[in-house]
Design a protein around this ligand. Structure first.
Ligand code: UTP
Length: 297
């Protein structure tokens, strides 16, 4: 029997410079998509996939993130007193069980690979997930759940992948495909942020991973790569070198890059329109805006 994936690492120690000045005091992961912080979407996705232990790799100035998962007894009491049952339930769904959540510091933002490595002592000899909360994925079946199900069949290491236009390839880790099996590809190489024109395919790695603990050992050796950072992609590519299986998983769903302003705005529109309580008013507003813009052109 393959071991179940029950731990997830959430690397949230980045500086979020693309959202300055907001991120001067608000961690990117606490920024709000409609009415929930990005991190809540990531936690809900992890829970749906059967994750029981949540490991956050944080940095200075991320107190808001730790506070977010604390119980808020005064707020709860006040809502209870006023009979706000629905809000109370919403609030309670953000509480985490004692002992289910761990925080590890990354003392210097040396890259995603380094952030994951910082959590190495909390992972024993077991597969684990990595979720980047700024990649938000709208999907009928949550992306990580799709991956956990696929992983039960394949084992190895698995990265979520999606097609990107050639001119965008140099912003991603790109997969060199060995065999394309439809929803899954086997991987023969991975390049982080390839030079324009040199990408081995149009399949980009996005922020969901299921990794074997060997990847953490690989990270022990890895030096800085693209952009002067320790790249997680390089440690996964080392698995291929060692003749162990790596798969790319084409998830069903839409991914929003909430680490960028344009992606965040797109996600806000898409998630706003998907909410029954907002849909009508919001869509009337957007249609009006579009009509006004067209008339002005
Ligand atoms: P990004 O590349 O989006 O970097 O990191 P960033 O610092 O968050 O944002 P910008 O580019 O300055 O605007 C991708 C993910 O990896 C984490 C980030 O927190 C984010 O979830 N990360 C990145 C770390 O935890 N540590 C690092 O050293 C780098």
């Amino acid at each position: 029997m393959r071991r179940k994936v029950t731990k997830a690492i959430f690397p949230v120690a980045g500086q979020g410079t693309r959202f300055l000045p907001a991120t001067k005091s608000v961690p990117k992961e606490i920024m709000t998509l409609v009415d929930r912080p990005l991190i809540q979407y990531a936690i809900d996705e992890a829970r749906a996939a059967g994750i029981k232990e949540f490991i956050f790799v944080t940095s200075r100035g991320k107190y808001a993130l730790e506070d977010y998962f604390d119980v808020a007894p005064e707020l709860e009491a006040s809502l209870r007193k006023r009979g706000k049952t629905e809000l109370l339930e919403t609030l309670k769904s953000t509480n985490m069980e004692s002992g289910a959540i761990a925080y590890i510091r990354q003392h210097k933002a040396l890259g995603l690979g380094h952030a994951v490595w910082c959590a190495r002592r909390l992972i024993t000899n077991e597969p684990f997930a990595v979720i980047l909360p700024d990649d938000v994925i709208a999907a009928e079946k949550p992306c990580l759940q799709q991956m956990v199900e696929a992983y039960a069949e394949t084992g190895g290491s698995m990265v979520a992948t999606m097609e990107v236009p050639p001119e965008k390839a140099s912003s991603y880790g790109i997969i060199d495909v060995k065999e394309d099996m439809g929803s899954m590809v086997s991987v023969k190489g991975m390049v982080e942020k390839p030079q324009p024109g040199s990408a081995p395919s149009n399949l980009a790695v996005i922020g969901r991973y299921i990794l074997t603990p060997k990847v953490l050992q690989n990270l022990n050796r890895i030096k800085t790569g693209a952009g002067g950072e320790v790249q997680l992609t390089d440690a996964i590519a080392d698995e291929i070198e060692a003749d162990r299986d790596v798969y790319g998983f084409r998830f069903r769903g839409q991914r929003f890059d909430c680490g960028s302003k344009a992606g965040f705005l797109q996600a806000t529109v898409a998630f706003g329109l998907s909410r029954p309580d907002l849909r009508d008013e919001f869509s009337d507003y957007l249609s009006g805006m579009a009509a006004q813009r067209n008339a002005a052109q």
